[in-house]
Design a protein around this ligand. Structure first.
Ligand code: IFM
Length: 438
């Protein structure tokens, strides 16, 4: 049985648009996800985040649930248009009040808040001026970061600038399956660069306004592994790693883009201004990895013998251990967290007070075990956040994918702890992986 350090952070994560609801209440401005989800044809079943889990009104009950699970940390995001309806300029005090109350209630419950400044809900007013393709966003994001540092930095110690820049750049601006729904590769590459520069500018802004903060970023990583280890497969896997992961990691931890990827993009490569790379490579107090699955090169369709989640993602925890060890030998890493890890399964609730989700518990067990193994090999892991605290709006998939360790009945907003939440609670209490058969 793996024992974790006594100061290990045990958390759960959510994001504003996925749970808050109250999309136009108390002065909140429109976000690109409000606009996108209200556009016919974009989201499964025409769902939207107008109400979502109604967390805006139910956050105290949700904190009570966190307490029951025994979490010592909660990762959430701040909705930029809730606090700055136009993205810049006039502050919406009622929006700040919400995050004030949430923060105070978390601290009262002895739950450490981990705030993310940007989990995809850009103010629509800024999108109307070109969104992340517009370099002005760098200064505007830094100003937003400074505001939040000033207003909440006395109580929130851990801040992440961005959540998953890969998704923002490429699902939002290349494939178009996420807001703002654009399909332009050169734009997506410029966006990825603006995101990274904005991240560095926000790190400076946070530190300038709240010197005691721990500032970091959250990156989603999908390692590419091979089926037969042939030379050809290894080459493709390497190229995928460079293009998807090193594209963000090298600038952050080395101050340069991978030369092979820049060369491949040629004229589509982003415009980089003097000083940008140093701005991106600011030292970080911590960083988070969101890990769900791996890509496997050399197999068409499912990997024989592997299990898949409702998202169609392979369940394969050993790839997490291998990736953590590899990252640790490749870069000089700051303290590292898993800021998201979890699985969607077709959970059902029959009203008897229990949601039986053994496959999720197995998934969490295997991935936490991988984290523990990586720690034994010297990786400086400080904590783990399950995705997600509760079922929520899964972006283009609407409410059809349930990732929570807490079940949400959307018709009544009833919450029910799934069996996986009970297993996680026991693991947290023991600070060691609980047996699977509880
Ligand atoms: O729901 C998302 C989250 O917003 C970002 N990371 C991946 C999760 C599951 O797709």
């Amino acid at each position: 049985m793996n024992v974790f350090p006594s100061d290990f952070t045990w958390g759960a994560a959510t994001a504003a648009y996925q749970i808050e609801g109250a999309w136009n209440l108390d002065g909140k401005g429109e976000s690109i996800w409000d606009r996108f989800s209200h556009t016919p044809g974009k989201i499964v079943n025409a769902a939207n985040g107008d109400v979502a889990c109604d967390h805006y009104h139910r956050f105290r009950g949700d904190i009570e649930i966190m307490r029951q699970i025994g979490l010592n940390a909660y990762r959430f995001s701040i909705s930029w248009p809730r606090v700055l309806p136009n993205g810049v300029g006039a502050v919406n005090e009622k929006g700040i009040d919400f995050y004030d109350r949430l923060t105070d209630a978390l601290l009262e419950a002895n739950i450490e808040p981990y705030a993310t400044l940007y989990h995809w809900d850009l103010p629509q007013a800024l999108q109307d001026q070109g969104g992340w393709g517009n370099r002005d966003l760098v200064g505007q994001f830094a100003a937003y970061a400074a505001l939040m540092g000033k207003r909440l930095g006395d109580r929130i110690k851990h801040w992440a600038t961005l959540n998953e820049p890969w998704v923002i750049a490429f699902l939002g601006h290349r494939s178009g399956e996420h807001a703002p729904g654009l399909q332009d590769e050169a734009l997506s590459l410029q966006v990825s660069h603006h995101l990274l520069v904005a991240h560095g500018a926000a790190i400076d802004a946070l530190r300038a306004t709240a010197p005691a903060v721990q500032a970091g970023i959250v990156i989603n990583l999908w390692p590419s592994e091979t089926m037969h280890n042939s030379e050809q497969e290894l080459k493709i896997a390497h190229e995928q790693w460079q293009q998807d992961n090193a594209w963000f990691l090298d600038p952050l931890f080395r101050g340069s883009y991978p030369a092979d990827v820049l060369e491949k993009y040629g004229a589509r490569a982003p415009q980089i201004l003097p000083g940008d790379m140093a701005q991106i490579a600011r030292s970080l107090d911590w960083w988070g990895i969101n890990y769900y699955a791996r890509h496997v090169v050399g197999v068409a369709g499912p990997v024989p013998g592997s299990e898949y989640t409702e998202m169609g993602w392979e369940v394969h925890a050993p790839a997490l251990e291998r990736m953590l060890v590899r990252l640790n030998t490749t870069y000089a890493l700051p303290p590292t967290y898993i800021t998201e890890n979890g699985a969607a399964f077709a959970d059902e609730y029959n009203g008897d007070g229990r949601v039986r989700d053994p496959r999720r518990t197995d998934y969490l067990y295997a991935h936490l075990d991988a984290v523990a193994r990586a720690m034994q090999q010297g990786v400086n892991m400080r904590g783990y956040f399950v995705w997600s605290l509760m079922d929520n709006f899964e972006w283009a998939w609407g409410y059809t994918k349930r990732f929570g360790v807490v079940y949400v009945d959307y018709a009544t907003q009833t919450r029910v702890l799934k069996d996986s939440a009970k297993w996680y609670a026991q693991t947290i209490t023991e600070n060691a992986l609980a047996p699977l058969n509880i």
